[in-house]
Design a protein around this ligand. Structure first.
Ligand code: PLP
Length: 362
């Protein structure tokens, strides 16, 4: 028997399940399981990445100064109030390390992004879940569960995997109702995709309060998932805390170079928004026309609910699609066993999804 003393609760953590990337069957693979962009990566970012190949013997800039300056310029933010992370996952986790621990509670919604629970459990805090009656964050349900022990409240806006969002006045109401000692983490990973008027990424709230942070990612619309790059905009005191606990060189040099170059190519992002704005409604319409329930999404994926009937349920659909080389995201681990999530793909991929679903429903 090992004498090692594993921290209590670690073995209670259900490991994160990433989107599957291999299918059965010989067909061409259509991976729609991880909300990656179908448009690849900006040519400028790819060139910057390649140029790094001759400098691999050097450590990266530990402060990611040029990258933070580029993010600041691009978003009109003070670079000194930005910290970068090895994916926004790392930031979400570091925030838990800095602000929560045993005896504390970490609050999030029923169908929230899975990393929040893992981050809470990893630091020995107690996850507290607020129900989402309509597959949408419910501010009253969150506030009813906030109290003296609530160290952090994570809110994905829009949320993955539901695709729903909270309008700014609701997020404001949430912040106003939380105790002053609770850090509100607004995870805006899909912000770039949202084209509605009743949405913002949370910067205003960060600016107005000392207990709000916003996290962002280069993994989605910028097409840099492989390099792991996220960033956070936060009050100076939070920046200072995270800088004390983060790895000294947590952002590799390739990610820094590619991230800067990606920010210099707004046309690439605009193209991705246009593609999504065309194909998300198309997918939703076509899938609904097959008699399946679509839960409206403002991000780059569609949440589809299947009938309870065993021949037509989500598990059967998943197997059917997989056998045809299409990989959606199964959502049992999110408590949505009768739903599948489909990332918006290229035109031929979206058409293949609808065709396969039509075959499944026939
Ligand atoms: C809501 C949300 N937040 C954060 C992330 C993490 O992104 P990354 O760590 O790649 O920046 C994801 C990825 O799927 C997500 O869906």
């Amino acid at each position: 028997m090992s004498k090692l003393r594993l921290q209590p609760g670690i073995l209670d953590i259900a490991p994160y399940i990433p989107g599957r990337s291999r299918a059965e069957g010989g067909q061409r693979l259509i991976k729609l399981s991880s909300n990656e962009t179908p448009l690849g990566t900006s040519a400028k970012a790819r060139a910057a990445y390649r140029a790094l190949a001759d400098k691999l013997h050097r450590y990266p800039d530990g402060g990611a100064l040029d990258l933070r300056a580029a993010i600041g310029r691009s978003h009109g933010l003070d670079r000194d109030r930005i910290v970068c992370g090895n994916g926004s996952d790392e930031l979400l986790t570091m925030l838990a390390h800095a602000y929560a621990g045993p005896g504390d509670e970490v609050l999030f919604t029923e169908f929230a992004f899975a990393v929040y629970k893992i981050a809470a459990q990893a630091v020995g805090a107690t996850p507290v879940v607020a129900p989402e009656p309509a597959l949408k964050a419910d501010v009253d349900a969150l506030l009813a569960r906030a109290g003296a022990k609530t160290a952090i409240c994570y809110l994905a806006n829009p949320n993955n995997p539901t695709g729903s969002h909270l309008p700014p006045d609701e997020v404001k109401r949430l912040r106003a109702g939380l105790p002053a000692h609770t850090l509100l983490v607004i995870d805006s990973a899909y912000a770039e995709y949202v084209t509605r008027n009743d949405y913002n990424d949370g910067v205003e709230l960060v600016d107005g309060h000392d207990n709000v942070v916003m996290t962002r990612t280069f993994s989605k619309i910028y097409g840099l998932s492989a390099l792991r790059l996220g960033w956070m905009y936060a009050p100076s005191a939070v920046i200072d805390a995270i800088n004390r606990i983060r790895g000294p060189f947590n952002i590799n040099a390739a990610a820094q170079a590619a991230g800067i170059a990606a920010l210099e190519d707004p046309a690439f992002v605009a193209q991705a928004v246009a593609h999504n704005s065309q194909w998300l409604p198309w997918l939703e319409r076509e899938i609904a026309a097959l008699g399946l329930t679509i839960h409206a999404s403002v991000a780059n994926f569609a949440l589809v609910e299947f009938p309870q009937d065993r021949r037509r349920d989500a598990a059967s659909a998943y197997r059917y699609l997989l056998a045809r080389g299409i990989i959606p995201r199964a959502l049992e681990n999110y408590g949505l066993p009768n739903c599948l999530r489909f990332t918006v793909g290229l035109e031929h991929e979206n058409r293949a999804v609808v065709e396969a679903l039509a075959g499944f429903m026939a």
